[in-house]
Design a protein around this ligand. Structure first.
Ligand code: CU
Length: 362
């Protein structure tokens, strides 16, 4: 834990330099210019070629995977999910800026509502962007695009693979086609009256569906091994930021349950209400309050038509086919979520899907 804290001290120090020089703009992957995408992917490659501060055989990219693995149990299934991953993606973004000496680098988001009929058919999953697997083996190594032939260093919590395995995806058609349409995302945002209902709806629904739909590394605790992770969580973060913007009063509130793995100076102890004064686990002293406002945190999201769930929903033309209901929650797919809470969130999403289908005459 010490080493991870030291890393974050270094990274927070970077923020002092770059956070005052203007807001970084995060765009939808497909809306980036070729140069912007190249800058981003080259910075990631550089981070993967930079030695870890702590393990001579690992890279600084791997350090991020390790932070996620180590803290997994207390950052999923409870309130810290959104602020912790906001800090995590922002810290990664600053590390990319540092290694590339380019303060305009930003982590693009993947608006998968535009690909709700099947995320693997998206242009984002081609050689132009995040790459795709080949072959018919159970585990598919990625052979083109940004993640081509990546080898992983850290494996998940309960897994024992040694370093040097190929990064894998194992597409799951069931979950890949359980992503929200723009209209459903619009309804999910508008039917979440407070932080905790937003967090549990997003987490139990699209957040988990996406991780399991991509499968392979993305389905485990070492999910940041796959660069898809960053654009997935950039979009999850945008959803929270959009919701905060619409709900000015509630958007400034952070509440709900904490996870129950560890107590002490880490976030822990379920039933203890979360507070904006909580220190984000794995960081030396970053509080939830410090990440509540993305502008104050140094970045913003583009809202161009077709990339924002809100704008897209306003322009939404009727769904050409009936939206499928989300299948029942399972322990495995709950990814640390309290199963009753997860089921409640899925029921809520299914009610929203039904109302959209009725609106469309299905
Ligand atoms: Cu995570």
């Amino acid at each position: 834990m010490f080493s991870v804290k030291l890393l974050t001290v270094l990274l927070v120090a970077i923020c002092v330099v770059s956070c005052v020089s203007g807001l970084v703009e995060r765009k939808e992957v497909r809306k980036m210019s070729t140069k912007e995408w190249d800058n981003y992917s080259n910075a990631i490659k550089k981070l993967r070629a930079t030695p870890s501060t702590f393990n001579p055989n690992a890279s600084r990219y791997d350090d991020f995977v390790r932070i996620h693995v180590e803290n997994y149990d207390v950052i999923h299934g409870c309130s810290p999910l959104l602020p912790w991953h906001r800090w995590f993606v922002r810290t990664f973004e600053l590390a990319l800026q540092q290694v590339s000496k380019n303060s305009s680098i930003s982590v693009p988001y993947w608006d998968w509502t535009l690909d709700y009929k099947g995320i693997n058919a998206s242009a984002v999953m081609t050689s132009k962007y995040l790459g795709s697997p080949t072959g018919t083996a159970t585990k598919h190594c990625i052979r083109n695009g940004l993640c081509a032939n990546w080898l992983t260093f850290y494996d998940g919590i309960d897994e024992t693979d040694p370093p040097g395995q190929c990064l894998t995806r194992e597409y799951n058609p069931f979950w890949m086609t359980s992503m929200p349409s723009p209209a459903l995302m619009h309804k999910m945002l508008n039917s979440s009256p407070d932080y905790n209902s937003l967090r549990s709806t997003i987490e139990a629904g699209p957040h988990n569906n996406f991780h399991h739909g991509i499968g392979g590394d993305m389905a485990g605790t070492a999910s940041p091994n796959d660069a898809i992770f960053w654009s997935h969580h950039s979009f999850i973060d945008k959803i929270w930021a959009d919701w905060q913007n619409i709900n000015v009063t509630e958007g400034a509130i952070y509440e709900g349950p904490l996870c129950n793995t560890t107590c002490g100076n880490r976030l822990g102890c379920r039933h203890q209400p979360a507070s904006v004064n909580d220190i984000l686990v794995g960081t030396p002293n970053v509080t939830v309050a410090q990440v509540m406002n993305i502008t104050a945190y140094g970045y913003k999201y583009t809202t161009s038509a077709g990339t924002s769930p809100l704008v897209a929903a306003l322009e939404f033309t009727e769904s050409p086919s009936q939206l499928p209901l989300n299948p029942p929650m399972t322990e495995d797919r709950a990814m640390g979520l309290d199963i009753d809470q997860a089921n409640a969130a899925i029921n809520n999403i299914n009610t929203l899907i039904s109302s959209i289908n009725v609106q469309n005459g299905f």
